[in-house]
Design a protein around this ligand. Structure first.
Ligand code: FAD
Length: 302
């Protein structure tokens, strides 16, 4: 048998950095599942972990509580998502100040979805931040926040063209965005095309691919439809007939995600953002495969 490929052997990709995205839990049961996942993934030493903000600020308190607990009880660097939807500037500034006061120094700044649905035009709160660049400017005035923003390799559903989207990203960078994290995608060529277009537009901030391991194909496909991410026929075929076979589905999900991530690394990607859906196992396995090791395990082995 031939020796194992260099790219997935331990230490072959020392410059790799990963980040993990979680959502704030609704119930005590979900909360303990989230913290189990955080405990499992934390030893991998992520660059940062981010916590989403429910549409229209519906998780304002829960997002804050989760982020504050991350600061208090872990050495992880949390990033708090924040949207402009349905709130005045004063209210958003208060949330941002509370984060700063709690020791949070990284915000994922977003416009957010129209409260009436993504198929409706976005109407900003009359006293609110009118756009993501305005929010970024507001955040940078409040404190020394590192700011990440969204990017859409297959264009945002409300965007007329991909180039328009690149222009929106440029405005966010001009306002001070430090990094873009992409919507998830399955066909890596859309990411490479977006990266090339951004570079051609003179953008030099890191554009970090958002990767979603397919925990549940039907759910992921539905989510993809709403966010404008395409679901290739080959992906559907891979999960075909596995609706009642969770064990095989997980093996297939791991293989599909590994294939995607290894191809990204082969194309020069050094930072990866995982949409964990608050579940650790698949993400942990993929990280292991690309050479990341739990720090405790390294100490034990040394
Ligand atoms: P932007 O990138 O600012 O704009 C989106 C689109 O709106 C643009 O591409 C363009 O088509 C149009 N647009 C914006 N400004 C203008 C303008 N001045 N003129 C013309 N057109 C304009 N949602 C949540 O509710 N909570 C979260 O925690 C959350 N986290 C996310 C994290 C990531 C990494 C990503 C990729 C998305 C996330 N979302 C989240 C989803 C996001 O809120 C929605 O996609 C929303 O519809 C757009 O917000 P945005 O910040 O991406 O918008």
């Amino acid at each position: 048998m031939s020796s194992k490929p260099e790219r997935i052997s331990r230490g072959a990709t020392p410059a790799l950095r990963v980040s993990f995205e979680f959502f704030p839990p609704k119930t005590a049961e979900m909360e303990s599942a989230l913290w189990e996942s955080i405990q499992r993934l934390a030893p991998l030493g992520p660059h940062f972990v981010s916590v989403t903000y429910g549409a229209g600020g519906t998780t304002r308190e829960r997002t804050h509580a989760t982020v504050a607990r991350l600061v208090r009880e872990t050495t992880l660097k949390p990033a708090a998502h924040l949207t402009c939807v349905g709130a005045t500037r004063a209210e958003i500034n208060e949330v941002a100040r509370a984060y700063h006061g709690a020791g949070v120094r990284h915000v994922v700044a977003l416009r957010g979805d129209p409260p009436t649905g993504i198929d409706q035009p976005y109407i900003a709160h009359p006293q609110g931040y009118q756009s993501t660049p305005e929010l970024i400017t507001g955040l940078k005035a409040i404190g020394d926040f590192e700011v990440s923003v969204s990017a859409y390799p297959e264009k945002h559903p409300q965007s007329p063209t991909l180039l328009h989207d690149i222009d929106i990203l440029k405005r966010k960078v001009d306002a001070g965005a430090d990094r873009a994290i992409t919507q998830f995608f399955f066909d890596n060529s859309v990411f490479y095309r977006y990266r090339d277009l951004a570079a051609a537009a003179g953008l030099t901030i890191p554009i970090v691919p958002g990767v979603v391991p397919v925990q549940n194909f039907k759910q992921t496909a539905g989510f993809a439809r709403r966010t404008g991410a395409s679901v290739p026929a080959w992906l559907a075929e891979r999960f075909e007939g596995l609706e009642n076979d969770p064990a095989t589905r997980r093996l297939v999900a791991a293989a599909v995600c590994a294939e995607q991530v290894i191809d990204l690394i082969d194309h020069g990607v050094t930072d990866l953002h995982f949409y964990t859906m608050n579940k650790a196992d698949l993400v942990f396995a993929i990280c292991h495969l690309i050479g990341l090791r739990a720090q405790g395990a390294i100490e034990q082995a040394a």
